[in-house]
Design a binder for this molecule. Structure first.
Ligand code: SF4
Length: 367
């Protein structure tokens, strides 16, 4: 895997910067402001995306802020330029989902992913602008999805991974009814400056326990665990080199104003004296396909690719990780050409160690 691909597998779109919640660990800098994406931005993105979708599976992920805070009318207008082959996803806090939103999801073929951190006691940091717990409103949104028979994914932030928590979380999500689950260990990024340095044994133990919980009842596609097991299987089969894509997926994030940040949505909305606003161009003046073709020339991206090569030559986990995320390097190390971060220790290295710990503890030796 070297360099950046010219065609992404999906695009992240920000219909509004606004979020109606104010979660303590949120990284978004403009979440109190309602800056809506003009229709011209969606039209410009669709001009590049529609041909990509015609030649293979392609997704647009509507992310915020809280994308539903843009309102159904505005979101429908933003969706309109995209052709029928484009798959749409929305990442939402679920608090605004009601029967009308469910009908909207059905009408537009939108797949929903809900942000919820587990049972009520684990959602203490998901709060409204007035500081009140959002949990009951999240569950009301999930209940509406279930009432309408809409399948949904869930995304949970875990701030304090430790033994004992993983089983509780997995059982909760089985009851919640999601069919896909992603687990994000809290990250130090954006406006969230809380440390994510964690005790190594506790994090490894969390992941090991999660493997066990999933194996007992693997009804949910558990993103991190399934990827780890696929990697472990490929190592045993001698095919691990084929797992990573040949080039990095640029994962363009198109901000509300049309500016494009590649590789890390979390960099959108920030500026730095050395790197400027991190953008590689604006779709209102340059086609998205052209922006991505030249993304490797964006100064910080070149520095990041140097960091990826440093990872390749120094880290035994590179084949699993592929070199980590740009935003974690920037927000933890202040630059892009470093290697290890607390994020990669928590979410890559200790994840793989947890899978191996589970295997050591549960597999009987070959006869
Ligand atoms: S685990 Fe960390 S150091 Fe290793 S390749 Fe990934 S980002 Fe680089």
């Amino acid at each position: 895997m070297r360099g950046i691909a010219a065609v992404p597998s999906y695009v992240v779109m920000q219909p509004t910067t606004l979020c109606n919640l104010d979660c303590v660990y949120c990284y978004l800098p403009l979440r109190a402001a309602d800056r809506r994406m003009p229709l011209g931005v969606a039209e410009a993105v669709a001009a590049s995306v529609n041909p990509w979708a015609a030649s293979g599976r392609f997704s647009v992920v509507w992310h915020g802020g809280e994308p539903l805070a843009a309102g159904r009318e505005h979101l429908a207008a933003l969706l309109a330029p995209f052709g029928p082959a484009v798959e749409h996803h929305v990442q939402t806090n679920a608090t605004l989902i009601d029967d009308a939103w469910c009908a909207f999801f059905v009408e537009h073929g939108i797949r929903v992913s809900v942000s919820v951190d587990g049972p009520r006691a684990r959602n203490g940091e998901r709060v409204t602008r007035g500081g009140r717990p959002a949990y009951d409103r999240i569950l009301a949104g999930v209940a509406a999805l279930r009432r309408h028979g809409l399948p949904f994914s869930a995304l949970a932030v875990v701030s304090r991974p430790e033994r004992g928590l993983a089983t509780e979380l997995y059982d909760y999500f089985l009851d919640l009814g999601c069919d896909v689950l992603g687990i994000n260990i809290e990250e130090t990024e954006g406006v969230n400056t809380r440390t994510n340095a964690r005790d190594a044994a506790a994090v490894t133990g969390f992941w090991a326990e999660l493997v066990g919980a999933w194996r007992r009842d693997p009804r949910i596609h558990l993103r991190e665990i399934e990827w780890s097991l696929r990697y472990a299987g490929a190592v045993l089969a001698g095919t691990a080199d084929d797992l990573l894509p040949r080039r990095l997926d640029p994962i363009p994030t198109v901000s509300h104003d049309g500016s494009v940040v590649v590789l890390s949505p979390e960099l959108a909305g920030f500026t730095d004296p050395r790197y400027g606003d991190f953008s590689s161009g604006n779709v209102l003046t340059t086609p998205l396909a052209e922006i991505l073709a030249g993304a490797g020339r964006t100064p910080w991206v070149g520095e990041f690719l140097t960091g990826v090569e440093a990872c390749r030559s120094s880290c035994p986990y590179f084949g699993f990780c592929g070199g980590g995320h740009a935003a974690n390097r920037y927000f933890e190390l202040g630059r892009f050409d470093g290697t290890e971060t607390e994020h990669c220790r928590n979410s890559k290295i200790r994840l793989l160690e947890g899978v191996l710990e589970h295997a050591r503890d549960h597999e009987s030796p070959a006869a």
